[in-house]
Design a protein around this ligand. Structure first.
Ligand SMILES: Nc1ncnc2c1ncn2[C@@H]1O[C@H](COP(=O)(O)OP(=O)(O)OP(=O)(O)O)[C@@H](O)[C@H]1O
Ligand SMILES: [Mg+2]
Length: 287
């Protein structure tokens, strides 16, 4: 654990984000929303669920080779924002998304784009590991096959092996590739899901509380993996653990009641937040 993480006060008073609504003086996001080398550029993104305005005018870059963590109280819109990045909100009939989200300069929100390849390029790992009810091998091979990457057994064998190796799971499963993925431990299942995401050559990996169902040891393994994956991919991670945000991310974005209140280098957000609500949250005054 690094010093930033150690410095964070985690005790929480029984307060809710809405208790701080009176403090709210939102005049635009504090800090630099841009990344040195942007992979994704989100500008003035709004999301409504019917008339619930869940995300308001959020602008944020996700850079190459960086992990951006998204923190904030429950219901502030972290998952909603994450789901915009690969059009997962399309699957929710009540959801309406406006603004601009670009991936390598291409507009993701254009109606005309095919969301199937988009969701391979911008992969998602969920809170609860959700392997397919298939073998370990097939969990990995399925994506490359349906995305037309390869259909040759030898190439698939190689892709399965490299994906499992990158996800740090190969040694544990190489002798049980034909057994069901659902038979693995929770931490192994989550790495299987990460391997499955990697197998279709993504550019960005979205993770929504990927460790919240895992024990501390499995969590540490995933966190190490995230640090390695950053060399190749851009990662956006939602977490309720401020220690985790401090350990894994280079930039941190603080959401509050649908606004992106503040974004900055992770050390700055935890040690020298500019907004009183960011400070209140990271010092554990509410959660
Ligand atoms: N599928 C949905 N249909 C309708 N409203 C939704 C849906 N998902 C989220 N919302 C609403 O949007 C707002 C933001 O929710 P969201 O799930 O994005 O928050 P969150 O920050 O991820 O919270 P948590 O930390 O609890 O996961 C909330 O008011 C929530 O009730
Ligand atoms: Mg959520």
């Amino acid at each position: 654990m690094n010093t930033t993480a150690e410095a964070i006060e985690t005790s929480t008073a029984n307060l809710k984000a809405s208790d701080f609504d009176g403090d709210r003086t939102f005049e635009g996001t504090l800090g630099d929303i841009t990344a040195a080398e942007a992979r994704m550029e989100c500008r003035q993104v709004n999301v409504w669920y019917d008339d619930n305005h869940a995300i308001r005018e959020v602008s944020l870059d996700i850079g190459k080779h960086e992990v951006v963590s998204m923190i904030g109280p429950s219901g502030c819109g972290k998952s909603t924002f994450l789901r915009c990045l690969n059009r997962m909100n399309d699957t929710i009939p009540a959801a309406k998304v406006t603004g601009s989200i670009k991936l390598d300069g291409r507009e993701v929100l254009d109606r005309g784009i095919d969301v199937v390849p988009l969701r391979a390029q911008v992969g998602m790992v969920f809170q609860k590991p959700n392997p397919f009810p298939k073998s370990v091998y097939e969990n990995i091979a399925y994506g490359p096959r349906i995305h037309g990457l390869t259909n040759h057994r030898e190439e698939l064998d190689e892709l399965v092996e490299t994906s499992l190796k990158r996800a740090g799971l190969w040694e544990e499963v190489k002798d049980r590739l034909e057994q069901p993925g659902t038979g693995l431990s929770g931490g192994q299942q989550q790495r299987l899901c990460i391997a499955r995401t990697i197998a279709v050559s993504p550019e960005v990996i979205l993770m929504d509380e990927p460790c919240s169902a895992l024990d501390p040891i499995a969590t540490a393994v995933i966190e190490e993996l995230i640090a390695e994956l950053r060399q190749e991919y851009s990662i956006a991670i939602v977490t309720h653990s401020m220690q985790q945000a401090a350990r894994v991310s280079q930039r941190t974005a603080y959401f509050h009641l649908g606004d992106l209140l503040e974004v900055g280098a992770t050390g700055q957000i935890f040690e020298d937040p500019q907004h009183n609500l960011t400070r209140a949250y990271v010092t554990g005054r509410f959660g």
